[in-house]
Write a protein that binds this ligand. Structure first.
Ligand SMILES: NC(=O)c1ccc[n+]([C@@H]2O[C@H](COP(=O)([O-])OP(=O)(O)OC[C@H]3O[C@@H](n4cnc5c(N)ncnc54)[C@H](O)[C@@H]3O)[C@@H](O)[C@H]2O)c1
Length: 288
């Protein structure tokens, strides 16, 4: 085991992302003590029982009082409120960072909430599963996966470096990106696919109401494609609303492509369809 990078980490929201961060850092010997805060008392008790955290905090205020680093891993719609409530109780030198899937609005809202001599660093680990809660957390989640940090002109360099070293200890490859760029990129490669998967399940389920048993025949394609529609609904409601602008742009682009495809299916334009599929295959095969 390597030497600990920090003594005390407080995780607010001990679910898949927060719990896995704790597990990964504990496994790497990068933290001495992890305190858990969660609005769901049962989840917190389970996290303690499973060894995801070392201690349960009686309140958010108590939980952050002794923290060197606070990792906020609640749904994006709650991150700012958590940071605002925690701010008066943060000890000097404390670094608050988050794992939210949308960055610009969060970073803009959280930075000004930080008291003097405390620091905020926005982050987003590019790793996850469709499962939620402390029971879903595992130490290897971040191994070899990217973690995006979104520093601004106000970000403290030492705080940024410390958060970077924690994610590296968790196994991640860390990259810095402007928050607005992050939100456009992930609207395209993550948020749009989730919206398409959710809509596809609806479309097929509605057909199933007319045509009995359709879903019983669901084969590899439908199952593979819609796996992400099992993700947590509240989390995705928050992401869709918070990244609304970039997501609407991607939904419009998708609709345009989809309508063109529909048109060529309707007119029976085989050569166009083959070329369209050929281009998609080439682009998809090129992703490493
Ligand atoms: N699941 C993914 O694939 C994934 C990937 C990258 C980033 N994220 C981001 O990570 C964050 C957490 O996602 P997750 O998948 O771990 O969700 P999760 O549901 O597994 O865990 C979230 C936890 O936060 C708790 N919580 C909610 N509101 C709270 C509040 N106000 N105060 C204290 N606790 C609260 C919940 O009880 C729950 O235990 C989200 O912001 C999400 O956008 C998720």
């Amino acid at each position: 085991m390597s030497q600990a990078i920090i003594t005390t980490l407080t995780v607010v929201g001990v679910g898949l992302i927060g719990g896995s961060f704790s597990r990964a850092l504990k496994a790497a010997g990068a933290v001495e003590r992890v305190i858990g805060v969660d609005q769901d008392a049962d989840n917190l008790a389970l996290a303690l029982r499973l060894g995801v955290i070392d201690e349960v905090a009686p309140s958010l205020a108590e939980g952050v009082r002794a923290a060197q680093v606070v990792f906020v891993a609640v749904p994006v719609g709650s991150v700012t409120a958590v940071v605002a409530q925690a701010a008066p109780f943060l000890p000097p030198g404390c670094i608050v960072t988050d794992g939210g899937s949308v960055k610009e609005e969060l970073v803009q809202a959280c930075e000004p909430l930080m008291p003097a001599d405390t620091f905020f660093v926005g982050g987003h680990p590019i790793a996850g599963t469709e499962h939620s809660g402390a029971a879903a957390a595992f130490a290897e989640l971040y191994q070899g996966r990217r973690c995006i940090l979104t520093p601004t002109a106000f970000t403290d360099t030492a705080a940024l470096n410390l958060v970077r070293s924690l994610w590296q200890a968790a196994g991640s490859r860390v990259e810095c990106m402007e928050a607005a760029t992050h939100d456009r990129v992930f609207a395209a490669v993550s948020h749009l696919p989730h919206m398409v998967a959710y809509a596809l399940v609806h479309a097929v389920a509605r057909s199933a109401e007319e045509e009995e048993n359709i879903l019983a025949f669901s084969a590899g394609g439908f199952r593979d494609f819609t796996r992400i529609a099992s993700s947590d609904p509240a989390m995705w409601r928050d992401i869709a609303l918070m990244n609304r602008g970039a997501l609407l742009d991607m939904l419009d682009r998708y609709s345009a492509e989809f309508n063109a495809l529909r048109e060529r299916v309707a007119t029976g334009d085989g050569p166009w369809l083959e070329e369209f599929f050929h281009t998609s295959k080439r682009l998809r095969d090129g992703i490493r």
